[in-house]
Design a protein around this ligand. Structure first.
Ligand SMILES: *Cc1c(COP(=O)(O)O)cnc(C)c1O
Length: 377
């Protein structure tokens, strides 16, 4: 057997390791992104939004890394996420549930030391009742709707809330918050409108700290910062602001293994539905990731992967488990079984692939499947 096919070489390949590819997560870059945001926010602080398993990157690893950089406030969307994360964190860290609680989970939440965001009078009353039952004061955060109509106390509930706050001293409000709907668009008038509404709320509910900015909000300027900002995507290397160069460091790279190569003549049909027909002799490579691995089917015939800087266009439809690319730009034999091609990396950013797929970096990140080997660096 020639050395090219030695066992050693084969066992080092992705296919033998059982991986469809390698999702590398640069924890040092994550830490630097956090520090950059924290520096912009000082004397206010930067929390970390680690919902949806830290946008797919692993909430526990991400939270641990950011904890080492001084982060003490972690936001998830759901109570179950908080239940998983809470025991992995330092005791002086706080975990907040953005969506608030479903009825009946209040006592469990209180006993786990998890802090709900209260979004409505009903959630407020249930939390206050739980405090009464436990005969102690329970911490909470109040979220107000400043114009997104998604979560938080609507304007018409504010008077009744103010009254309830006066009566029930068993809910300790840690801070008040709201969420920006268009923070990635610097010139959008909605930003200033929401800020003005947040200021009206701060006048009605005096004495509370304010949490307002997401990633985009951090870059809208000091007026938006409040005492505690809640960045998510910027930590993970996504662009906080559209239309300008991304100031954040990339955190994620994705390399996928070649599972087969072939050279076909002109007129060859490629993939499901023969959506692509070759116009000349073509070198094809099939790579081991598809829409089940978070590479959207809309990339069919649109996106590309890279090999050492050479663009290899996706041809035909994206399958569930594979994608076929045109590797004709590479010398014959360059790609072989187990070669790794770049899907996200130095030549194709997360934002690039999101744009090709007609979506946002958030959706690409949170969709990246579970068949990749996740490598933390
Ligand atoms: C998801 C979320 C964030 C983080 O938003 P990014 O745009 O990822 O920074 C902050 N606050 C709330 C309420 C959220 O739902």
């Amino acid at each position: 057997m020639s050395s090219t096919f030695s066992l050693h070489r084969v066992s080092a390949s992705a296919a033998v390791a059982g991986a469809t590819g390698y999702l590398a997560i640069d924890l040092a870059a994550l830490g630097r992104n956090y520090q950059k945001l924290a520096a912009m926010l000082a004397p206010g602080r930067a929390a970390a939004v680690v919902k949806a398993d830290a946008y797919g990157l692993g909430a526990e690893r991400v939270a641990k890394t950011l904890s080492e950089r001084g982060c003490r406030h972690f936001f998830v969307a759901q109570f179950v996420e908080a239940q998983k994360l809470r025991p992995t964190l330092r005791s002086d860290a706080q975990v907040f549930v953005l969506n608030g609680l479903q009825p009946g989970t209040e006592i469990e939440c209180a006993e786990a030391g998890i802090i709900p965001i209260l979004n409505s009078l009903e959630q407020y009353q249930r939390w206050s009742e739980a405090a009464g039952e436990l005969r102690r004061t329970l911490p909470a955060v109040l979220q107000f709707d400043t114009g997104m109509s998604r979560l938080g106390f609507p304007p018409q509930e504010r008077a009744e809330l103010a009254q309830a706050l006066g009566e029930n001293s068993n809910v300790e409000v840690l801070f008040i918050m709201s969420h920006l709907a268009s923070a990635d668009e610097v010139d959008d008038v909605q930003n200033a409108e929401q800020l003005a509404e947040m200021r009206r709320i701060a006048d009605e509910f005096t004495g509370f700290d304010i949490s307002f900015a997401n990633s985009g909000g951090v870059f809208l300027g000091d007026a938006y910062h409040g005492v505690l900002a809640r960045p998510g995507i910027a930590l993970y290397g996504g662009a906080p602001t559209s239309g300008v160069p991304n100031p954040m460091e990339p955190v994620v790279s994705l390399d996928v293994a070649v599972v087969q190569t072939r050279t076909v003549p002109a007129g060859a049909k490629v993939g499901y539905g023969a959506a692509h027909v070759t116009t000349g002799e073509t070198r094809l490579a099939t790579i081991a990731a598809g829409y089940a691995d978070g590479l959207p089917r809309v990339l069919s015939g649109r996106g590309a992967v890279y090999y050492k800087g050479t663009r290899l266009p996706i041809v035909g439809r994206v399958s569930m488990d594979s994608i076929t690319v045109d590797a004709s730009a590479l010398p014959d034999g360059t790609l072989t079984l187990g070669s790794l091609v770049e899907v996200i990396g130095p030549h194709q950013t997360l934002e690039d692939i999101a744009r090709d797929a007609g979506t946002i970096s958030y959706e690409i990140l949170t969709s990246l499947g579970h068949r990749y080997v996740r490598q933390y660096r």
